[in-house]
Design a protein around this ligand. Structure first.
Ligand code: RBF
Ligand code: MG
Length: 312
């Protein structure tokens, strides 16, 4: 996959670009459907499947107070697009200059003259250009002028619910990771390097944990204890994860810790991915560390029982 952070001159580099437009936060099953249609259409016309998207989210520039925490990091999104068969990713840094482009100029200058789009795919509710005034109807009208084929993809529904990033954010904010996974098409996860914690888990409690810092721009599930699948170097292991502030010890910083069920090697400095597959309980303040330890022992038993159910 070719990655660009600009859109000028793309036409000279790739033939017959078919381009999907959108924010694609979370790359949920609705987005995944749109991208698979993109890849199929590009294949049909012998063209190049491309995605035009912004990073960061335009709202972080236009209305920072209203900008939502993201479901996926820029890097996670890049990997995912590549896996879905996207060959050209235009991940454009949104700025005030760009926000002033009229919808008509966006189509003429950006899509037609510079990207050279012969096909355009959007979701049914996609808006673009200054004040977000560009609509699917305008793209339809101008597709005849600039000679591109337009596809508008209707929303995907699950049990009567249109799948949306907003719906998924709400589920994550209340810890409903299993429900969120239905709409995402994958379990919510965090990725990062294992950092040094306070060593309390290892030395005092007898439950060593791998600690991850939380990226403040990303949405992490609500505080609580979760069954987790931990990916290390292409292998995966079951674990129990705690997201929270550890009220038993009156700490204030929020972080993510995972205790692996059957893994004893040193992990400091190693990249891991932790997927949250089921919420087990809320994070609680215990009167004594030994009460917390008893609870974690029960969490581990519950996780073992679940892991046996989930073993494929
Ligand atoms: N800390 C709390 O204060 N309350 C909890 O309910 C809690 N639950 C946990 C559950 C699991 C499975 C794990 C691994 C940790 C939990 N912790 C909890 C965090 C614990 O306090 C922490 O791992 C140690 O203090 C070491 O940093
Ligand atoms: Mg630790």
């Amino acid at each position: 996959m070719h990655l660009y952070h600009h859109w000028r001159g793309i036409k000279e580099k790739h033939n017959n670009i078919v381009v999907a437009l959108g924010n694609f936060d979370g790359l949920h099953i609705g987005h995944q459907k749109l991208i698979s249609d993109l890849v199929a259409l590009a294949k049909k016309v012998g063209g190049t499947p491309a995605v035009f998207t912004f990073h960061p989210h335009p709202l972080t520039v236009l209305k920072p107070e209203k900008s939502p925490p993201l479901l996926l990091s820029q890097e996670a999104k890049q990997k995912f697009f590549a896996k879905l068969g996207v060959e050209v990713l235009l991940q454009i840094p949104f700025d005030l200059d760009f926000s002033g482009i009229s919808p008509e100029d966006f189509i003429k200058t950006v899509l037609h003259e510079e990207v050279g789009a012969c096909g355009v795919i959007i979701g049914y509710n996609y808006t673009f250009g200054r004040y977000g005034r560009g609509t699917p109807a305008l793209l339809e009208e101008l597709s005849a002028v600039y000679g591109f084929e337009l596809r508008v993809i209707p929303p995907i529904q699950i049990e009567g619910q249109p799948v949306s990033s907003t719906l998924i954010r709400g589920l994550l904010a209340s810890g409903e990771v299993t429900a969120a996974a239905k709409y995402l098409g994958y379990y919510p996860f965090v990725e990062g390097e294992v950092v040094t914690g306070e060593q309390r888990g290892r030395n005092i409690l007898g439950f060593p944990t791998a600690n991850l810092n939380i990226d403040q721009t990303l949405l992490v599930p609500a505080n609580g204890v979760y069954l987790a699948k931990v990916h290390i170097d292409g292998e995966s292991y079951f674990g129990v994860a705690n997201i929270g502030v550890k009220p038993t010890f009156n700490t204030n910083s929020r972080n993510i810790e995972v205790h692996l069920l059957d893994f004893y090697k040193e992990l400091y400095g190693i990249q891991i991915k932790v997927s949250f597959t089921k919420r087990l309980r809320k994070e609680k303040k215990f009167e004594t560390p030994s009460e917390l330890v008893k609870q974690i022992e029960r969490d581990v038993l519950e996780a073992r029982a679940e892991s046996l159910k989930n073993k494929e």
